[in-house]
Design a protein around this ligand. Structure first.
Ligand code: PBG
Length: 336
């Protein structure tokens, strides 16, 4: 042995680099893999026709009218993306204190669902029932005397969920973090004959600064008074997040989601370990935007970091990822 080296004999028997030495060994020992089946694509819908309106704070993402969304979703389905998630940018005139437009059967979001379902029947459609796109104050629930009232909000979102299912939604994903909503939505869907419509709970939704660009996308940033700290979870609390998810599991959630994603990988892992349900991370608007912005400045390799972050969600136990990168990532994956 060459005594000039400090590596000892024990190390000699345990060289981690043997498995990393060549492309073929690295492929052989790879533990996690990202595939197109892991991707859910969130899209923004606006009224009108022929509209593709770029969102300044989310380079590469646009609000689309339903006809354009149908075309885009067809492309997503052709790429093999299993599901989309839709968010509406509702006209300001239709927003009010209680978000009453959420209870209009042929509102923008339900029209979009029906049109997409008809044109692209083989892609899953996930809809949100939070009231924030519909309220004049940008909160996710009904605001009364400065308080977001829980039980009234739940009554309303159950009705909205049934209408979304009537329109063809495959999975209802409630993001407003009201207590008891999963059980109430399950009962409401079942009573309306929608036993096969699933629920993906935004089980652990944190009160986060990473949602900034989304609020620009659906034009709620100028409306929102105060913050959402009385219903979203504090970024400081992991055990509370697991408890909240446990209630959703008891109440009948089919799938769980952690949101935002990258800063909350510990929560993804804990929830997957604790419940074993299909678990998803939402790589939210701010996460997307910071990667895009740095890449546009030439400061990071955007493609590489896109794929790296998506793979890291898999390593953290996620079954899939809601991501604005879905189309780009799917194209990259299909090239191999
Ligand atoms: C609200 C909602 C939010 C997002 C989707 N639905 C957060 C919020 O504005 O409070 C965020 C999505 C994103 O940032 O990409 N119910």
């Amino acid at each position: 042995m060459d005594k000039t080296h400090l590596v000892d004999e024990i190390t000699g028997h345990r060289r981690m680099r043997r498995n990393r030495k060549a492309d073929w060994t690295r492929r052989l020992v790879q533990e996690n893999r990202l595939t197109v089946d892991d991707l859910i694509w969130p899209i923004f819908i606006v009224p009108g026709t022929g509209i593709v309106d770029p969102i300044a704070a989310m380079p590469g993402v646009s609000r689309m009218s339903i006809d354009k969304a149908v075309e885009a979703v067809r492309e997503a389905a052709d790429l093999g993306i299993p599901a989309i998630a839709t968010f509406p940018d509702i006209e300001m005139e239709l927003r009010d204190e209680t978000g009453s437009n959420s209870l209009v059967a042929n509102n923008l979001i339900n029209q979009a669902t029906a049109a997409i379902k008809k044109a692209v029947p083989n892609i899953g459609i996930i809809t949100d029932v939070a009231l924030d796109p519909f309220t004049s104050h940008g909160h996710d629930g009904i605001l009364r005397d400065g308080i977001i009232v829980n039980d009234e909000t739940v009554d309303q979102i159950v009705k909205a969920a049934v209408m979304q299912a009537d329109a063809g939604a495959d999975i209802i994903a409630p993001s407003e973090m009201m207590d008891g909503r999963i059980g109430a939505i399950r009962r409401g869907l079942d009573a309306a004959g929608h036993q096969d419509v699933g629920i993906m709970s935004y089980a652990t939704k944190f009160s986060s600064g990473f949602y900034g660009p989304y609020r620009e996308a659906i034009n709620t940033s100028g409306l929102l008074k105060g913050d959402k700290n009385s219903y979203y979870i504090s970024p400081a609390n992991g055990t509370e997040a697991v408890r909240d998810a446990a209630l959703d599991v008891e109440e009948g959630a089919d799938m769980l989601m952690v949101k935002p994603g990258l800063a909350y990988l510990d929560i993804c892992w804990r929830i997957k370990e604790a419940f074993g349900l299909p678990t998803f991370a939402y790589q939210v608007s701010g996460e997307y935007t910071q990667i895009k912005a740095a890449a546009m400045n030439g400061w990071i390799d955007g493609d590489r970091i896109m794929m790296e972050t998506l793979l890291c969600f898999k390593r953290a136990g996620c079954d899939g990822i809601l991501t604005y990168f879905a189309i780009e990532a799917a194209k990259k994956l299909s090239k191999g």
